[in-house]
Design a protein around this ligand. Structure first.
Ligand code: ATR
Length: 278
């Protein structure tokens, strides 16, 4: 059987997903294709209806359609429902089922890089940003049993909405960015989820890490550049860093597992991906 996979988004031409999934197909010994479907947002509904008629086994969804795809699905997985965004669709028995692998992908990447990270070793977490990515990561960390996850965001109400969606087992305080800067030494793990600092605006930085503790871990989910200014400052403070390409890789690994039931190893792909991004 020839597996037919792909990606919908706008734009998608520079996506690294074809490279990643073609490697997975090869590693799994599965023949298949991973196609790019660039959909103009103005003709989204029409294009999705056409896509429904294709023999696709599954596809990824990227910006700006992660929310827009939801009304066209037959079923929504719990994590996708809680996140309010879908990045992976699986066709099963002719039905489209929506998943979100971003948050779990972040956590897989983190624990692969830092195997000692667990709910027992990390007491307090700060998430910066309150968009779709932040929501997915918050849910995934809550699912892993992390009990103290604060959120700092420019717009307070978005952070409050995420905090309100969390289980009772998680304690969350919402902060503004200035307060987060002042209190940064309170956190064992700090996760930057906004687009601030992304190419071409690589000099931008969401907040200062002046007061960071050297024994903290700092993540940025941006992967272009591979080391953001935020991560550079974390390194200067002697902290450990987690770059954004790992989330990209592990969310894809989880999506591939949903499509094929194969858990393909990442092996050397992380270094190869880093080289592509550098
Ligand atoms: P995604 O779904 O990829 O996470 P998003 O939903 O657009 O992206 O969320 C973007 C996040 O980056 C938000 O937290 C946004 O803050 P607001 O909620 O205040 O809009 C944050 N963000 C984007 N640009 C920002 C900037 N210049 N300064 C501070 N925060 C910014």
């Amino acid at each position: 059987m020839q597996l037919q996979l792909g990606l919908i988004g706008y734009p998608v031409q520079h996506s690294l997903s074809p490279w990643i999934h073609n490697q997975f197909l090869e590693k799994a010994g599965t023949s298949g294709t991973y196609s790019l479907f660039e959909i103009n947002p103005d003709s989204f509904e029409e294009e999705i209806k056409t896509l429904k008629t294709r023999e696709l086994n599954g596809f990824n969804v990227t910006v700006p359609f992660k929310q827009q795809i939801i009304p066209y699905l037959d079923e929504l997985d719990r994590k996708a429902e809680m996140t309010g965004a879908v990045n992976t669709v699986v066709k099963r028995g002719g039905r489209w089922i929506g998943y979100n692998t971003d948050g779990a992908g972040y956590v897989f990447g983190l624990t692969e890089t830092y195997p000692t990270v667990s709910k027992h070793t990390v007491d307090s977490i700060l998430i910066i940003g309150a968009g779709g990515a932040a929501r997915g990561i918050y849910q995934a960390l809550a699912d892993e049993g992390f009990a103290h996850i604060d959120i700092a965001n420019r717009t307070r109400s978005s952070a409050e909405a995420i905090a309100a969606s969390g289980p009772d087992s998680v304690r969350t305080t919402v902060l503004d960015l200035t307060k987060a800067e002042e209190n940064v030494a309170d956190y064992d793990l700090i996760i930057q989820t906004t687009a601030v600092g992304m190419k071409p605006n690589t000099h931008d930085q969401i907040m200062s890490l002046e007061r960071l503790r050297a024994d903290s871990i700092v993540s940025d989910i941006i992967y272009q550049p591979i080391t953001t200014r935020f991560l550079q400052e974390a390194q200067e403070k002697g902290a450990s860093i987690q770059q954004g390409h790992t989330m990209l890789l592990y969310q894809a690994q989880y999506a591939f597992q949903l499509w094929t039931s194969e858990n393909v190893p990442i092996d050397d792909m992380e270094n190869q991906l880093k080289e592509k991004l550098e």
